[in-house]
Design a protein around this ligand. Structure first.
Ligand code: NDP
Ligand code: 8X3
Length: 264
């Protein structure tokens, strides 16, 4: 949409899945993008895909894509982000807080301390740190859009999901409070809540066990990263007086976090 032409987008977790698909779709729409994640090589291939998508669009606006290696759970790295950002991309218009993950399905009492801390450090503290950094700028400029990637897990608890659902409920409460705080500004706040999306998410959840990851999607057609990217870019391209506050998105055969129909 023409409303996105020449805008600058910052995406965390841009090296795979939803974040990578979102970067490519924003590139097609004539934006500039800061691509953040821990894996540098993967970020570089997403950068190349963005260059190709922008070229194919034929648009002259946008087209600057900067891969920035950054762990959102590293407080010092987040505080020092601006020193890594090219001066032309310093004024971010849209923040997509997408970095996040789950490890395991262990029940309370058996969950590894490091797994608990890791999930909170990225999904909650990392998201909050990135939001704080950008919202200061947005307030000073009286502009900007913060798009949080929550989850159905931020609305519903489920067996084996105590820590992950707690992190996504925290994202929901943090985001909803901030939306209330910013009600007298032009700054927009959106939370996207996907159901099952086939990305590297389940491979990470099952610690690299690809077969266990595949079984999550057996008998149904899951969402793709591109499906969620369309939702994000759609929310970002609404007219300035419109705020898409929350959207819950399921595959057609999913109806709740643990309610789905699988073809036999
Ligand atoms: P992926 O595993 O494919 O992508 C996760 C991204 O987050 C990767 O780019 C990863 O990159 C990045 N990341 C993880 N930890 C950090 C960190 N500490 N610092 C910076 N980047 C980090 O999964 P999805 O695309 O599915 O997940 C994206 C978001 O969507 C997550 O917040 C997830 O919770 C949410 N979600 C996913 C659903 C699903 O079913 N897939 C459903 C609902 C929500 P790298 O490893 O290079 O750092
Ligand atoms: C990911 C969806 O159901 O695996 O946020 O928690 S679920």
């Amino acid at each position: 949409a023409s409303r996105l032409l020449g805008k600058t987008v910052l995406i965390t977790g841009a090296s795979s899945g939803i974040g990578a698909a979102t970067a490519i779709l924003f590139a097609k729409a004539g934006t500039n993008i800061l691509l953040l994640a821990r894996r540098e090589e993967a970020l570089k291939s997403v950068q190349q895909a963005c260059v190709a998508a922008h070229k194919a669009s034929g648009l002259k606006e946008g087209g600057e894509f900067a891969p920035i290696q950054l762990d959102v759970s590293d407080k010092a790295a987040v505080a020092g982000l601006w020193s890594k950002v090219p001066s032309t991309l310093r004024n971010v218009d849209i923040l997509v807080n997408n970095a996040g993950y789950v490890v395991g399905r262990d029940h309370v009492g058996e969950i590894d301390e490091s797994v608990i801390e890791g999930m909170f450090a990225t999904n909650v503290f990392g998201l909050i740190a990135m939001t704080q950094l950008l919202v200061r700028d947005f307030k000073a400029r009286q502009a900007g859009h913060i798009i949080q990637i929550g989850s159905v897990a931020g609305r519903e608890p489920y067996v084996g999901g105590s820590i992950y659902t707690a992190t996504k409920h925290a994202v929901n409460a943090f985001t909803a409070s901030m939306m209330r705080e910013l009600v007298d500004t032009p700054i927009r706040v959106t939370e996207i809540q996907p159901g099952m999306v086939e990305t590297e998410f389940s491979i990470v959840r099952f610690r690299g066990d690809v077969n266990a990851a595949k079984s999550v999607y057996q008998g149904l057609q899951p969402l793709t990263g591109e499906d969620i990217a369309e939702e994000i870019v759609w929310a970002a391209s609404r007219p300035p007086h419109v705020n898409i506050a929350e959207t819950l998105i399921f595959p057609v055969n999913q109806a709740a976090a643990t309610v789905m129909y699988r073809a036999p």
